[in-house]
Design a protein around this ligand. Sequence first.
Ligand SMILES: [Zn+2]
Ligand SMILES: [Zn+2]
Length: 291
Amino acid sequence: MTMKVGAHVSISGSRVSSDDETPPYDDIRNAVHRQRAFGGNCGQIFTTSPQVWAQPEISDEAAEGFQDETEEQLEGPWVIHSAYLVNLCTPKDDLRRKSKESMQAELDAAAQLGIPYVNVHLGAHTGAGVEGGLDNAASLIDELEVPEDVQILIESDAGSGTKLGGEFEHLAGIIDRTETDIGICIDTAHTLVAGNDLTTPEAVDETVQRFDDEVGLEYLEYIHLNDSKHDVGTHKDEHAHIGEGYIGEDGMKAIVNHPDLRDLPFALETPTEDGRGFEWNIQKVKELREE
Ligand SMILES: [Zn+2]
Ligand SMILES: [Zn+2]
């Protein structure tokens, strides 16, 4: 089976490159071409600017074109990453309402684009407590109208402050509470800094086993594959180039070849610095992969 690996790419309308082979779309279809240019065959997008409250605006023509080109040119599934302002756990009414509207718009955009997943962080309970925060998140999720063929994925978090999702217990807790059929996305950098060792083959095996015991591997649908600039248990969220952070080559190699993980889609959210971008990082992942 071909490895499913790709990057978080922009959907902006500007040309992918000056290369004449790149079709000059002015819409989301460019995401497919960016993905291919990086060497990816699946991946992630934002549908809007993630730092502000905004509604996705995608024409039906662009959405259909995006679906056609995805089918022709890519292997694995796309995932939409929700806006950063969304906080499912919040006890504040106004933030809850905005979070709900934003999530509903992302779910509808996913259906329009034929994208099977919308990825979201649980958010911060800001005083509601772990149990209260999880209750808030579950009830918000259950108020959403999730289109057929679209699934909400809860992303593992670095777990700083009152943010939930760092502990596997929180991921199990949201699955237990909601009546909606949700899945999980593990972000390897977040999982490491939240306190789960991923630095050696033995540690990866132990962490995967513990995830299976506490949450269940059957819920794991996607992996954000990132190395980390910070060590186990620091709760600091800064991604590093694959193999060059605290997870390192041994840990990364164990992750991308682990029998329980290797067939899942991997999306990279690695930095673009030191003259290296997604192309370099995807190539690195392919080198670590054993067929
Ligand atoms: Zn995320
Ligand atoms: Zn992530």
